[in-house]
Design a protein around this ligand. Structure first.
Ligand SMILES: *Cc1c(COP(=O)(O)O)cnc(C)c1O
Ligand code: SF4
Length: 325
């Protein structure tokens, strides 16, 4: 393990990790030798971000909503990160010119109903910058919803200050998706941070990545989803892990994910149930992993239908990842 990587983490996480390097929190951040093993399934641009970029900071894949990426930095560096090639590299926070270009894109495209701030972690921007951005979005009439995707409330909860919370509130409906993978991440401090967001009128949802050795277990997922709902967070997505280079040791078979979901269905309140989703490689979008979209072909190949009714083989054969039927 590399102590250097642990040192780059917020003190809050370092303190948790110091106690046990193999606990489910440490495993998400500490480099593993498994990362160097050959990974034939890995793709360079696992979810096809590159294919759909319109302005430097905008990814417009679905008609009614865009991703807005104002920074490529995070408070942490997760070893399984699906934007591994992008996060933490190059300029930290976008400059004014790029932000203005992205805002112009939002203004000009009246079919954009929702703006999703992601990154990187948008909450590492200063409250003043966030407030400016949101004030500008508030003036765009066709935008009804602002959503933030962030890991900050669970990786550095003290950074969720009253100033930051205030900066996030808007006259538009506001949602915040907290990325959380294990019930141990919901410490008292994390719960306090979530509470302050909730009390400010921000709707809380969660996303979780299904990770081998961390949460591929019905009891752990049950505890995580129950704790989230009990703290006013609606579990939104459980992501099948993306085919990111060097993350094969975290990868769970789709079959296993499906049976975990089935096991939970009988046990927990529907409120606690996220949608288990696959981001189809190549930029074809996310689909729920269920019988309507996903069909097993053989021991290690699946047939996936995207939102346009096009068919794909998963994991994609290298070079050719689309089959026409
Ligand atoms: C995931 C994603 C979204 C948001 O999708 P939802 O299903 O609405 O959560 C939007 N744009 C892109 C490019 C995405 O990858
Ligand atoms: S917080 Fe999200 S974007 Fe940032 S390193 Fe972790 S997984 Fe990647």
């Amino acid at each position: 393990m590399s102590t250097m990587l642990v040192k780059k983490l917020p003190i809050y996480l370092q303190e948790q990790i110091d106690q046990d390097l193999h606990d489910p929190i440490a495993l998400q951040y500490v480099r593993s030798d498994h990362e160097d093993l050959p990974d034939p399934q890995a793709l360079r641009d696992p979810i096809g971000d590159e294919a759909k970029s319109k302005s430097k900071l905008i990814i417009h894949r679905y008609p009614d909503r865009v991703l807005f990426l104002p920074t490529d930095h995070c408070a942490v560096y997760c070893r399984f990160c699906f934007r591994k090639d992008r996060v933490g590299q190059g300029g930290a926070v976008a400059d004014d010119k790029d932000i203005d270009e992205a805002l112009a894109y939002l203004r000009e495209n009246e079919n954009i109903w929702e703006v999703i701030f992601s990154g990187g972690d948008p909450l590492i921007l200063s409250p003043r910058r966030l407030e400016n951005l949101i004030e500008k979005i508030n003036t765009i009439p066709h935008i009804s919803v602002i959503r933030f995707h962030t890991r900050l409330p669970v990786v550095d909860p003290k950074r969720v200050t009253p100033e930051l919370v205030k900066a996030l509130t808007s006259s538009k409906a506001t949602y915040l998706a907290v990325h959380v993978n294990h019930p141990d991440e919901l410490t008292d401090d994390a719960v306090t941070a979530l509470k302050s967001l909730h009390q400010a009128g921000i709707n809380l949802i969660s996303q979780t990545v299904l990770l081998k050795g961390i949460n591929n277990n019905a009891k752990i997922l049950e505890k995580l989803f129950r704790n989230l709902v009990a703290h006013n967070v609606k579990p939104y997505y459980l992501h099948h892990p993306d085919l990111v280079h060097g993350t094969a040791h975290f990868r769970v078979e789709m079959e296993e994910g499906m049976s975990l979901m089935k096991e939970l269905r009988g046990k927990i309140s529907g409120l606690c149930w996220p949608t288990y989703v696959l981001d189809i490689p190549g930029g074809y979008g996310k689909v729920p992993i269920n019988d309507s979209y996903v069909r097993r072909l053989n021991a290690d190949k699946w047939h996936v239908e995207d939102i346009h009714g096009c068919h794909h083989i998963y994991p994609p054969p290298h070079k050719k990842d689309k089959v026409h039927e």
